[in-house]
Ligand binder design. Sequence first.
Ligand SMILES: [Zn+2]
Length: 200
Amino acid sequence: MTYEIFVSKKPLDGREIEEIKGLPVVKPIQVHGNLVAFVGKGKSRRPKADAVVTDSKEIWIGVLAADCLPIFLIGEGVVGVVHAGWRGTLKGIAFNAVSYINKFSRVKKAIFGVSICKFCYEVGEDVRSLFPPMYDGCFKEIGEGKFLFDIKTANLIQLKSAGVRDFEFLEGCTCCDNHLFYSYRKEKTQKRNLFAIRIT
Ligand SMILES: [Zn+2]
């Protein structure tokens, strides 16, 4: 199966992108939860979910992010896209999305989109303390109750535990590469980067 990925860059605001190359983009209403929604062709309403899956060649599915981690999932005749911030990661959204797809297909590969990197993502003890021991290696203490969080590795652990073996990583950090991508933490912007995928 072949697929195509679209990543928006500044000054494009992903929130305003409704179609790419003449095909509509279905973007869920993201709630930092762990629900997965299936969308087929013609379904233009936006599901409330943080992961979307489709088997249609007539739409793109995409998530909006500005520091959170977008993850593309490649199955057989099916693709998915996940929005994972620290809340979604904690709730297992990536694991859920793989499990969902694996019920009728098989996730062969996960592609990590551009998020904030492990040198830029600072969280407090309040966030760190919520994560179970399997994620201990994803936090680096930097003093004064602050930690650096490696959200990519946290999701890598999760995807591996869901059975995914093949990984690819798109280059960049929303914060380090702020001239290319929007970063909520760096700019406090409401604008978003769009990470979309379609089956070709
Ligand atoms: Zn960075």
